[in-house]
Design a protein around this ligand. Sequence first.
Ligand SMILES: O=P(O)(O)OC[C@H]1O[C@H](OP(=O)(O)O)[C@H](O)[C@@H]1O
Length: 315
Amino acid sequence: MPIEEVEETAEAIETMEIRGAATIAGAAAAALESQAAASEATDPEAFEAELRAAARTLYQTRPTAVSLPNALRFVLQDLEGATVEELRETVLTRTRKFRADLEHAQERLGRIGANRLRDGDVIMTHCHSTDALATVEHAVDAGKDIEAIVKETRPRNQGHITAQRLRELGVPVTLIVDSAAHRYLNDVDHVLVGADSIAADGSVINKIGTSGLAVNARDRGTPIVVAAQTIKLHPGTLTGHTVEIEMRAESEVISKADREKIGEITVKNPAFDVTPPRHVDAIITERGQYPPESIVSLMRELYGDVDEEPWAEPN
Ligand SMILES: O=P(O)(O)OC[C@H]1O[C@H](OP(=O)(O)O)[C@H](O)[C@@H]1O
C-alpha cells in the first residue's frame, strides 16, 4: 500500500489540482521520494514492491502527459542496491536530481526560447504552460516589451492562470474566447504553446484546441512555436505506440441541469489533440531549438527504445 502522501498526490493530479505536464512530473518524483523516505520495509524486495505500487498509483492518474511516466522511469529504472538503505539512497538521489534537472531545464529552455521573441512582439497563448511562460519571462528579463493575447481555453479556463502569470511579469494581456483566435491572429507575431507529449514524428500533443489554432495560424502565416522540455518526448512512440488522449468528465463541459433541459445528447470532452509536424515551426527544448521532424534524433539519444515499465508487477 502506498503511503498517504502518494495517494494524495495521485488524487490531486487526477482532479487537476496539480496540473501541467512539468508540474505533474515534479510532484510524482516528490511523492516517490516521500515513499522511499517513509518506507519501513525490512528487505530490498519489499522496498522495491512498495515503490512500484506507489508508481502505479501515480501512473494511473492521467494518461497523456508523458512527463509522468518519464519521471517514474527515471527514478525506478534498474534500481541498484543490495540493502534497503542502499536502495533508499539511490531513490532519494534520483528524485532530487530529477527535480533539480526539471528546474534547470525550464530555465535553459526559457533562455533559448526568449531568443525568438523580439522587442515589441505580440504572442498568442493557449492553456497554461510553465515551459512557454519561461520563454516570456526570460524575454521580459532581457528588457523586451512583449504583449499577449490569451485564449481562455475551455472547458477549464487555464488561460486565466496564464493571464495572471503574465500580468505578474508586467505583460499587457488581452483575454479572448477560444473561437476569436482566427480574428486576432493578424495582430500576432508568434503562437506560443506548451506540450504534454511529443511523438517521434514531431507531432505535438497539447491541450484540446491547439491543432485548430495551428491550422488557423498557418492560414494567417503566423509561426507556431512549442516550448517543451525533453521530458515531454514520448519514447514509446519510437516503437510504434500511440499517445493516449485523455477523455474527461462531461460535467466539465455542461451542467447536469443544462444537459437535462436540452434532452438526449452525447457530450465529448477530450483534453488534448494532436498537431501534425507540418503545422509546427519549431520545438524549443533545453537542448536547443528543433524543427519538429528532427526531434526523433534527440528522442533516440536521450531515451533509446523504451518498452518496459519498471513499475510493472514482476511475473
Ligand atoms: O509542462 P507545462 O509547460 O507547464 O504544461 C504543458 C501542458 O500541460 C497542460 O495540460 P493540463 O492543463 O495538465 O491538462 C497544457 O496542455 C500545457 O500546454
